[in-house]
Design a protein around this ligand. Sequence first.
Ligand code: NAI
Length: 337
Amino acid sequence: MRVAFFEIEPWEEKYLQSRMAAMGLDGKIHPCFHPDRLTLAHASALADVEAVSIFIYSRVRDDLLQALPRLKLVLTRSTGYDHIDLEACRRHNITVCHVPRYGETTVAEHTFALILALSRKVHKAYLQAQRSDFSIEGLRGFDLYGKTLGVIGTGSIGLHVIRIARGFGMRVLAYDIRPNPLFADVLGFSYTDLDVLLRESDIVSLHTPLTPQTRHLINREAFRKMKRGALLINTGRGALVDTDALLQALEEGILGGAGLDVIEGEEFVKEERALLTSPSASEAWRHVVQARLLLRREDVVFTPHIAFNSWEALQRILDTTMMNLKHFLEGMPINTV
Ligand code: NAI
């Protein structure tokens, strides 16, 4: 089977090749490796490719699938799959596999990196010290101990965030469409409805997937319900938050700060060239401008979608991707979405 891997670093290529050999797949798979993301421009060179392995910056849409006539399998090396048009894959009879678990502790730890950066003004202190300003003016933070954390989405990541928060001595409120009372009992948190969570939380952290139901879950109305001066942390997906409303909430002081690992339209912010091929250029430009306005602010801590990015997590991603490929080859696909 010809498999094209995209968004691959040199160490990942070596690692994958060693895994293929160890799993006895080296004769069965003919891989090629590309550092860049998969786009329509690659299609002509991939006419005989049967599987592609991508990360989140490759968009799989109907036009791409039409250009890859032999494609049977899309392996995304991520948990989220909102960059893939699942309906189009279904129409083309293409299986999509993801990596359901690899970094729940990794992302949860990063969530706290953002929370602590804001609560103790680490980013601001760092920038001041870089300017040889060692005064402590404007650098007073607040304790997490005794504060209330609102966790939206209590899946793999949300539960680890709660576990860490309990270690800090925080009270935790949670909202999920599928609550898990057993975990609430064991970890010592309470489920509540979204309005109560927004009203009572000092920090709100987002851990749901991006779906039509969760798009702009945090919008103008939600911000209006939040405690004045609360922090918003988003390591889920950018579009969980309405960015216009976020900017407004920061400007009006409704929010005391935002810790963002993800922002709407981050693919355009990361690579402005992608604007040129965007089907909705005005929307894409809008996100770029929003991002610039956000990143200028001292009350925003931003990381460029790196919550997953630890060595341990990346190796787990590659291991699961190879298992997904092996099971597909054996006619028993796993981790399908
Ligand atoms: P998960 O599937 O284990 O948990 C998601 C939870 O959200 C579930 O408990 C589900 O019931 C809940 N949920 C779904 N729709 C909801 C709604 N409308 N309202 C309230 N709750 C809802 O997923 P996991 O592994 O915890 O990951 C969560 C998200 O984090 C992923 O979908 C992905 O988008 C994002 N992520 C971000 C990473 C990063 O590097 N920044 C890395 C990995 C994941």
